[in-house]
Design a protein around this ligand. Structure first.
Ligand SMILES: Nc1ncnc2c1ncn2[C@@H]1O[C@H](COP(=O)(O)OP(=O)(O)O)[C@@H](O)[C@H]1O
Ligand SMILES: [Mg+2]
Length: 358
């Protein structure tokens, strides 16, 4: 059975700790984000002195450590104190006031949320939270929430708090109700995209956590760093590290080599772009229009689509466009208060174009 001769013996793996490549993994250190971490910590600090905290709007493009920084701060907070509590809510998963209240109740260990109305849950929450020295609540992906009543109510009802809002779109704040804005008065904190050097530093560090020392060859790493620096999304980089490791294991190689990274780069297409052929005809047609125009207002795009015989209702259409954004086919840019009011510009994703050409 020569076939098995060179295989890694069973149980042997190139991975030391594959969990370190999970998207939810929070590394011990978060290099290049020290300034931002301090900034966030400073907004929370007054709570330790029995004063009110500061609110903060954190913004920056996807995959550059916004969520990681929050989780990092929260872990630190947990080690330091029981008096100032922290709650993390992802508004993509919990996108209405009711769902958000239910999630906060859950975090607080209050289980009797069934058959209760929003108002009743709010009462439970404020009663519990106002007994604490202070509360930090992070609403991640805040732009995905469908209504913002919860924000108004929590700002009004909770005495000592820091509210952290995290979004990919800075301009989202302009759309916010004046009543909320004037209560929130947030500071702004931008996360900038990482440079190539920083990208390399982060991925190298992650390799140390995740792989057996010495198995990741320099050439293999370089390919992944280059691609990650190009698309400016560390999440994709971490995904490629894992895929390269798996490709090497599949080939029973004891090192991760350039060829395995190349396989991972190809996989990235499946990950972020899915396969264009697998898109249904409707979506393909829409994507073709965007490709041709390069950038277009979502309303105009919908008009062209219906002129060409498309019959999806607008809401479904808008949802599909969101999906195209998630899978990185397009980039969405919200324009707030432009000459034609607020709208979304849909842009063809050039990085994707390069990836599909690969
Ligand atoms: N400075 C950093 N050091 C180590 N890992 C990082 C750093 N910045 C981002 N990451 C990792 O990159 C991935 C994407 O980061 P994340 O915080 O989820 O991005 P987003 O800005 O979209 O919230 C996560 O797995 C995170 O751990
Ligand atoms: Mg995030």
């Amino acid at each position: 059975m020569g076939m098995f001769k060179d295989m890694l013996s069973s149980g042997e793996s190139l991975f030391k700790n594959e969990i370190a490549l999970d998207f939810n993994f929070v590394p011990k250190l978060l290099p290049y984000r020290e300034r931002q971490q301090h900034y966030i910590a400073n907004c929370i600090k007054p709570l330790f002195m029995d004063r009110n905290g500061k609110n903060l709007l954190i913004h920056g493009s996807p995959g550059i450590g916004k969520t990681a920084a929050i989780k990092w701060i929260f872990r630190d907070l947990e080690e330091e104190t029981d008096d100032v509590i922290h709650i993390y809510i992802n508004c993509w998963k919990r996108n209405t006031t009711f769902k958000i209240y239910a999630a906060i109740c859950e975090e607080l260990g209050y289980k009797f949320t069934q058959n209760k109305k929003s108002d009743e849950l709010l009462k439970v929450i404020t009663t519990m939270l106002n007994k604490k020295q202070g509360v930090v609540i992070a609403f991640d992906e805040i732009d995905k929430a469908e209504d913002y009543d919860f924000l108004y109510s929590l700002l009004e009802e909770i005495y000592k708090k820091t509210i952290l809002l995290i979004t990919n779109y800075k301009l989202w704040i302009n759309d916010l109700d004046e009543r909320i804005k004037s209560r929130m008065i947030p500071e702004l904190l931008e996360f900038q995209q990482y440079s190539r050097n920083e990208t390399e530093g982060i991925l190298k560090e992650r390799i140390k956590y995740a792989f057996i020392p010495g198995v990741f060859e320099d050439d293999a790493l370089r390919l992944i760093v280059d691609k990650t620096a190009e698309i400016k999304d560390i999440r994709s980089g971490i995904y490629m590290l894992r895929e390269a490791g798996l490709a090497a294991e599949d080939a029973s190689s004891r090192e991760i080599k350039a060829e395995h990274s190349n396989a991972a780069l190809l996989k990235l297409n499946d990950f972020s772009i899915e396969n264009s052929d697998s898109l249904d005809a409707n979506i393909k047609q829409i994507l073709d229009i965007i490709k041709e125009k390069e950038k277009i207002k979502i309303g105009d795009l919908y008009n062209i689509y219906t002129e060409k015989g498309g019959n999806m209702p607008y809401r479904t259409f808008a949802r599909r466009i969101k999906k195209l954004e998630q899978s990185k086919f397009v980039i969405l840019e919200k324009i707030v208060g432009g000459p034609d009011g607020s709208t979304t510009i849909v842009k063809y994703n050039d990085a994707t174009k390069k990836l599909t050409d690969f």
